[in-house]
Write a protein that binds this ligand. Structure first.
Ligand code: GLY
Length: 304
């Protein structure tokens, strides 16, 4: 048995066109699963990084200076290896740079110019990741700020619709791998790094679980939420119970919204969120599970 589960980011649209891209990404991952879990998660996230619909790669949100700076990571639970790039510019597939770092070095995080230099040395071409839509939204936001007004756009998407970090977890019957990719949050300070390259914050994998998170990066970093999910699974919780406990804890500690997706070493899935939307696709043995829906805890958590 094998599982590929991925999400398109907190409050990203669940319309057909978005779900179709997620399903195509899952299929691309499945086609590479025989080569390994890391090639599979890379293939999944590359599809989303190519699409302007998701806040990663091309079409990611812009920072305060009008630049795209991307974070991405891969964590393999079987080998205990982790690698990430942070605040990297002019690269369309940061998760592929993270894979090169994972496979060709023993270092774990490269940031900024160093990450860019590593990418160029490994043949990654210079690519402009700024979409027209994001540039237009950024200009409007800066105009609002210049007038002393709060930008009307969503901080995590830069746009009228919402969307955040994308992530993928894979179980191939032998081990577990997690990977995430993001543009972070709109109008962030240049150099700001979120939870995606934060091991145990927004991403984690062990021999027992693989976990990816989406939402306000700082709140995941400060609560080590991905690690909390793994600890609960290690203690015997079903992944669904673990992600729901983690979201309740996140809401209590930080008052934050989030989305979490996890799979364990029995191929059991957990997925929950406390926001408007959370598009998730679960593929089992190459087939999309039509019965799977993440649990929305928004009402339950806002009652507290
Ligand atoms: N979840 C995206 C970020 O805050 O970096």
């Amino acid at each position: 048995m094998n599982i590929i589960a991925l999400h398109g980011g907190l409050d990203t649209s669940r319309s057909r066109s978005f779900m179709e891209i997620l399903e195509r990404a899952a299929l691309d991952g499945f086609m590479l699963l025989a080569e390994g879990r890391v090639p599979a998660v890379e293939a999944v996230l590359n599809v989303l990084e190519d699409s302007p619909n998701f806040n990663c790669g091309f079409g990611a949100v812009l920072n305060m200076d009008g630049e795209v700076e991307l974070d991405a990571s891969i964590c393999d639970g079987e080998t205990g290896r982790f690698a990430a790039v942070a605040a990297i510019r002019d690269v369309r597939h940061p998760v592929s740079v993270a894979r090169r770092l994972l496979e060709e070095t023993s270092q774990v995080v490269l940031a900024g110019d160093g990450a860019l230099q590593f990418a160029r040395q490994h043949g990654f071409p210079e690519e402009n990741c700024i979409s027209e839509e994001q540039l237009d939204a950024w200009r409007k936001a800066r105009e609002s700020l210049a007038r002393g007004e709060k930008p009307a756009q969503n901080l995590y998407t830069g746009l009228a619709y919402h969307g955040d970090t994308v992530g993928c977890v894979v179980w191939d019957g032998k081990g577990l791998t997690a990977a995430s990719s993001t543009g972070g949050c709109s109008l962030k300070l240049p150099g700001r790094v979120g939870d995606t390259p934060s091991l145990g914050g927004g991403v984690y994998a062990t021999r027992l679980s693989a976990v990816v998170c989406t939402g306000i990066g700082e709140s995941f970093v400060e609560t080590l939420t991905a690690k909390f999910v793994d600890e609960k699974i290690a203690g015997g919780a079903h992944p669904q119970q673990a992600v729901e406990l983690a979201l309740r804890r996140l809401a209590e500690l930080k008052g934050a919204e989030g989305g979490i997706l996890a799979v364990d070493a029995q191929g059991r899935i957990g997925s929950a969120f406390n926001a408007g939307q959370f598009p998730v696709v679960v593929m089992e043995e190459g087939r999309v599970r039509r019965d799977f829906e993440p649990v929305n805890l928004r009402r339950a958590l806002s009652a507290h």
